[in-house]
Ligand binder design. Structure first.
Ligand code: SAH
Ligand code: SF4
Ligand code: F3S
Length: 436
């Protein structure tokens, strides 16, 4: 039995939706009168975990272990996120230090669970009560210049390598009215850019209209200057959404459209439901609508059965699409997913080699993309401080980070001219400085 916590700390480890959940949990605890503190002295620490790749669970337990303090005491510890969902009751057996376990669809119950944990119980809630968590959460209060907004939850695609359909449940779209209300609250508290989130965000639908309609409605909200969305699935990329890229000025010229692999045989084994050809046709349509669009993607190397020829095909699709940015991973077998027990698992050294070659090629293309923008004028939204004094970092419409010397502050929109390119960033000067 301990006193009710007065201070808390939330640490998020996963995707943007996981980060969003972390923010909502923090707002929820804040609404209970608790205040933020460092992990090292908070009364309650929430570990908001990710389960997407191997050793995620082991890492979560070792993070729990590290919360023990020098004097032998420990905070109340909440295991949240996708590892919590996957482990459930098992988490309490694996670590005596964990006081409560809450899944990504149940965290609206956190305050009562914390109270129960403080009174010595060890509650576990991994229910998936569909949409209700959003109804039970307080109105958004905080916002930096750039905010996340989850519009769709879960995934029904069941790619054979992926845990998300198991940890996040079925695909559900939030009602448009709730999303618009949240977008208004975010804009009211300082957000100039809103990124709509979902595991398959482009599958969002209210039954009759799709994500394009939602984007057009959000574009009408006063103060919202930039709109982004991620992650999109190739098979849900509708013509209406593509058209929005041509005629909604607030919709940024950036599309994250993971392909995962460039060989139809592997895509089929992955249950991706798109082919190389259908993917490339979609990219073509998108580029027709918005010629300057930056395309980014996700790649997995070493999926079971991936031959050299399959891997070569992945390198070819990278050359064809010329990705502006990308995330790439070694295939990681996840318990309970079909791919984990497929024959022909790829040896680690082959995967290492392929990943290295893949990343070298991706870096070439992102550098080329960034180089092509050098010398051009653009507007960045300042989102953080740089390491050097007077240096700030902001994002271009194409989501490139630009380092610039300025006395502008976080949240300002600044006109710059870019002067040099690296694979992951650009240097720039203020447009006014250049003109002078
Ligand atoms: N819904 C999105 C993102 C899912 S998770 C999509 O469909 O693309 C983010 C990325 O993690 C995936 O795109 C995939 O590239 C990678 N990933 C998922 N499961 C993986 C696994 N078992 N091993 C390696 N990478 C994986
Ligand atoms: Fe995972 Fe596939 Fe769903 Fe993306 S679409 S979350 S990769 S199952
Ligand atoms: Fe990880 Fe869960 Fe996101 S597994 S990638 S935190 S949906």
């Amino acid at each position: 039995m301990t006193a009710l916590p007065k201070t808390f700390h939330v640490k998020s480890f996963g995707c943007q939706m996981n980060v969003y959940d972390g923010e909502r949990m923090a707002e929820l605890l804040g609404a209970q009168g608790m205040t933020l503190a460092a992990a090292s002295d908070a009364d309650l620490v929430v570990l908001n975990t990710c389960h997407i790749r191997e050793k995620a669970a082991d890492r979560a337990y070792s993070d729990v272990g590290r919360l023990r303090r020098d004097d032998g005491s420990k905070p109340l510890i909440a295991l949240a996120g996708c590892v919590a969902q996957a482990e459930g009751e098992e988490a309490k057996r694996r670590s005596k230090m964990i006081d409560l376990v809450v899944g990504p669809q149940a965290y609206h119950r956190l305050p009562e669970m914390v109270a129960a944990a403080a009174s010595g119980q060890r509650p576990v809630d991994t229910d998936m009560p569909a949409i209700s968590k959003f109804d039970a959460l307080p109105t958004r209060r905080r916002s930096g210049p750039s905010a996340f907004l989850t519009v769709a939850e879960g995934c029904d695609k069941f790619c054979t390598y992926c845990v998300v359909p198991y940890t996040r449940g079925a695909e559900i779209s939030r009602p448009a009215g709730d999303i618009l209300a949240e977008a208004c609250a975010l804009a009211g508290s300082g957000a100039r850019e809103i990124t709509l989130l979902g595991q398959n965000v482009n599958a969002w639908s209210d039954g009759s209209t799709g994500l394009d309609r939602l984007i057009r409605d959000i574009a009408r909200i006063e103060g919202v200057e930039r709109i982004r969305y991620m992650t999109s699935h190739p098979t849900d990329m509708t013509d209406a959404l593509i058209a929005a890229h041509a005629d909604v000025p607030q919709l940024m010229p950036y599309l994250h459209l993971p392909v995962q692999a460039g060989s139809d045989r592997i895509l089929k084994a992955m249950n991706r439901s798109h082919s190389v050809d259908s993917y490339l046709r979609t990219i073509e349509k998108v580029r027709l609508a918005r010629p300057d669009i930056a395309i980014s993607g996700d790649f997995i190397v070493g999926f079971p059965g991936e031959s050299d020829a399959d891997f070569q095909a992945t390198l070819s699709i990278i050359d064809e699409v010329r990705y502006a940015a990308a995330y790439s991973f070694k295939y990681s077998p996840r318990p309970g997913t079909p791919a984990a027990t497929m024959p022909d698992q790829i040896p680690a050294e082959v995967m290492d080699d392929r990943l290295q070659r893949l990343q070298a090629k991706l870096a070439e293309h992102s550098l080329a993309f960034n180089r092509a923008t050098v010398g051009k004028a653009t507007t960045i939204l300042i989102d953080r401080k740089g390491r050097l004094p007077g240096q700030m970092i902001g994002k271009t419409p194409w989501l490139q980070s630009v380092f610039v010397e300025t006395d502008a502050v976080i949240g300002d929109m600044v006109d710059v001219v870019t002067t040099a390119a690296l694979p992951n960033s650009l240097a720039g000067v203020l447009a006014t400085a250049q003109a002078a």
